[in-house]
Design a binder for this molecule. Structure first.
Ligand code: NAP
Length: 246
């Protein structure tokens, strides 16, 4: 499916990013496994891909840094000659009620989740335009569409990702570059493991499917959007949330 395609997945050492990286590699893509702090885990993802006959390498870079992201994409182009698929997956939470949220908490989350996605798009745009080919997939969130008490910074960043996605889609569509978002509901990863039990129970009560989603549920949607023949789908948000938001 992705033979001869080169994919960059940010935050690919753990959780959803790891699931996406493994899925794209399994289908033949050469995968750049970006990480910020989880070096050993990133190397493990690379080893798993290679053990299954795939091609990958790990690259450390903070997506909030414009220059680091630029350097990462330049390195990928030097190594593989192209970038076909970019998955802006890296994300953080720093939850608190607005009453208690610090300016730093707000800025940190916007810097990684929203500016990080911009940095990625900006750094691949010229290359993808030259190729006249690209698939950009940004991770938003159900709460970017619904809001959530205690997550003003995170919801603002994920709502921002939707606006960024639609704008980039409009700018790049004529060059055969699609830009879409996947908005997960509550997925079983480190990010949601930290939620207190009563919060989890409250959430489950609101999810028609009555369960958290799996990493594979998100990898499915990303794989679909990354395919060659999804070329007429752009500027869309695919919600994967067990019916929590519809
Ligand atoms: P996770 O398990 O907490 O993993 C987050 C990943 O992001 C890690 O690989 C981490 O890398 C990376 N990361 C964080 N800051 C980074 C930075 N500055 N530069 C580069 N990488 C950075 O989260 P997840 O649940 O897999 O979430 C993945 C994406 O889906 C996020 O954008 C998240 O907001 C979104 N999402 C998740 C859920 C959910 O329920 N889990 C729901 C909606 C949306 P290191 O480990 O190397 O630091």
């Amino acid at each position: 499916m992705f033979k001869d395609k080169v994919a960059v997945v940010t935050g690919a050492a753990r959780g959803i990013g790891k699931g996406i990286a493994l899925r794209l590699a399994k289908n033949g893509a050469k995968v750049v496994v970006n990480y910020a702090g989880s070096e050993a885990a990133a190397n493990e993802v690379v080893e798993t891909i290679k053990a299954e006959g795939g091609e990958a390498y790990a690259y450390k870079c903070n997506v909030a840094s414009y220059t680091e992201v630029e350097a990462m994409m330049a390195d990928v182009v030097e190594k593989y000659g192209r970038i076909d698929i970019l998955v802006n997956n890296a994300g953080i939470t720093k939850d608190n009620l607005i009453l208690k949220m610090t300016e730093q908490d707000f800025e940190d989350v916007i810097d990684v989740n929203l500016k990080g996605a911009f940095n990625g798009i900006k750094a691949v745009t010229k290359q993808m335009m030259k190729q006249r080919y690209g698939r950009i997939i940004n991770l938003s969130s159900v709460v970017g569409a619904m809001g959530n008490a205690g997550q003003a910074n995170y919801c603002a960043s994920k709502g921002g990702v939707i606006g960024l996605t639609m704008s980039a889609a409009r700018e790049l569509a004529a060059r055969n570059i699609t830009v879409n978002a996947v908005a997960p509901g509550f997925i079983d990863t480190d990010m949601t493991k930290v939620l207190p039990d009563n919060v989890k129970e409250g959430l489950l009560a609101q999810i028609p499917a009555k369960k958290l989603g799996d990493v594979a549920d998100i990898a499915n949607a990303v794989e679909f959007l990354a395919k060659d023949d999804s070329s007429y789908i752009t500027g869309q948000v695919i919600h994967v949330n067990g019916g929590l938001y519809m």
